[in-house]
Design a binder for this molecule. Structure first.
Ligand SMILES: C[C@@H]1N[C@@H](c2cn(-c3ccccc3)nn2)[C@H](O)[C@@H]1O
Length: 446
């Protein structure tokens, strides 16, 4: 039996409007984490910080007042929003999420409501506006990342214990509302907000405030897309309300991890946001541990799309506003693969055929075309396919060369082998297209 919630999910099932349709067909996105934390880049006073670089202020090796004076050094001479947008375009990203304000509270836009923003730095200019403009100009939709948690604001509290806490927090809520409405006012082409820093107990008590604020934001920009990490329900639950229903427009919980099965996605829209190293969002000058290859990132992208999600790869520009060489190389390699294979990504999603060891299926939601994206080729070159009843595989060909067609060998009822001649050296995933046969429709109509 379900609880009656005032501030639980306001919609069951997926949004079906055009803005959300556009969102679910993106496939690939770019996250950009940029701010004052890029200046120390994971080091301070010659010491190495092993945590996430954008969290360096929380490290005992970084005295708060020293961090809080970094804004006096912010002057990114190499910042080139057009170049960033061009690179993202070449990589094949369809949307970009930019940190407007991270947990440290520093604002990359001129905010009327705080002095802790770009205008009070040697650089002095708005960062967000030129980025929105540059990305809009190349047709990449922009989403604004906003951290509710704000270590700089005097009214911020992680929990509300005293009367003072509650009074201070009321000011903080007003400040948060003001900044969000200001962002939507200043950047009306933004398609949505990516909220973070909403796990605090204090925020989890703000169901009514957050619900009203979400309504207000959607009135300002109809169709605005907001994930499940923004608001708490009547009992402080985020992502899924106390009845287990998804709050917001898509599930936003897949941070540095991916679902394994379609069942885990609960049939919701979702995005996965992913770091290149194990756990660095902001710029760290000394990446340690495993740094993902473009092969791994492409596999995560394909896996996301095969389970009806979007995959968002993170970039952390340095204190001068440069994209680091490792990320430039990855963007180039991913872009090369996307140039040849994006037909199997854009506008595609989950296919309910049994997953096979060789890789992932995606299905074009418009045409019904099926794509086999092969990562693990069997030593005998035989790619197994198990189909539902009444499906025949009468048009199968290589995406790279549609004249290279295949005649599947039926080995059992609804079970086939495609014998792919893995003669030439192949070091990136190949895509085989299966065009749905019309006879299934005939049979349905027969
Ligand atoms: C999108 C990513 N979310 C931020 C984050 C994640 N976390 C976090 C906090 C507690 C447990 C697990 C993760 N804290 N901040 C990271 O700093 C980055 O912005």
């Amino acid at each position: 039996n379900s609880l009656t919630l005032k501030h639980g999910a306001h919609r069951l099932g997926k949004r079906t409007d055009p803005m959300m349709e556009r969102w679910r067909n993106y496939g690939l996105g770019q996250f950009i984490h940029w701010g004052l934390y890029a200046i120390p880049g994971g080091h301070w006073n010659g010491a190495y910080y092993g945590g996430a670089a954008e969290w360096i202020r929380a490290w005992k090796g970084m005295p708060n007042e020293q961090y809080d004076n970094l804004y006096k050094e912010f002057d990114p001479a190499e910042f080139d929003p057009k170049a960033w947008a061009e690179q993202a375009k070449d990589m094949g990203a369809k949307y970009m999420i930019i940190t407007t304000k991270h947990h440290d509270g520093f604002c990359l836009w001129p905010s009327e409501f705080t002095d802790y923003d770009v205008t009070n730095t040697p650089y002095g200019n708005d960062i967000i506006g030129p980025l929105v403009e540059a990305y809009d100009a190349v047709g990449i939709d922009v989403y604004l990342y906003f951290s509710v948690m704000d270590w700089n604001h005097p009214g911020y509290r992680s929990k509300l214990e005293t009367i003072n806490d509650k009074e201070a927090y009321e000011e903080f809520k007003e400040f948060t509302r003001n900044q969000l409405l200001e962002l939507l006012e200043r950047y009306p082409t933004t398609k949505g907000l990516w909220f973070d820093g909403t796990w605090d107990a204090a925020w989890k008590e703000q169901a009514d405030f957050a619900d009203n604020l979400a309504t207000e934001m959607r009135e300002m920009i109809p169709g605005l897309i907001i994930g499940s990490r923004f608001r708490p329900d009547d009992y402080g639950n985020r992502h899924f309300d106390s009845n287990g229903d998804l709050m917001g427009d898509y599930e936003q919980g897949w941070e540095r991890k991916l679902p394994e099965t379609y069942e885990e996605t609960k049939g919701n829209d979702w995005d996965c946001v992913m770091t290149v190293p194990e756990n660095q969002w902001g710029y760290h000058s000394d990446w340690r541990g495993h740094v993902k290859t473009s092969y791994e990132l492409i596999e995560m992208l394909v896996k996301s799309v095969s389970l009806d999600g979007n995959f968002v790869m993170n970039f952390g520009p340095n204190g001068q506003g440069e994209i680091r060489q490792e990320e430039t190389q990855l963007a180039k390699e991913i872009g090369e693969w996307m140039d040849k294979n994006n037909e199997a990504i854009y506008g595609c999603g989950y296919l309910d055929w049994e997953k096979q060891d060789w890789g992932y299926y995606t299905k074009d939601r418009q045409t019904g075309k099926i794509y086999m994206i092969v990562f693990n080729r069997p030593l005998n070159g035989a790619l197994k396919i198990k189909t539902p009843d009444k499906v025949s595989l009468d048009k199968v060909y290589s995406l790279k060369d549609s004249s290279q067609s295949f005649v599947p060998e039926e080995i059992h009822k609804n079970e086939f082998f495609i014998h792919y001649p893995f003669s030439e050296h192949i070091d990136s995933p190949i895509v085989i297209v299966i065009e749905p046969s019309s006879n299934e429709i005939d049979q349905n109509n027969s």
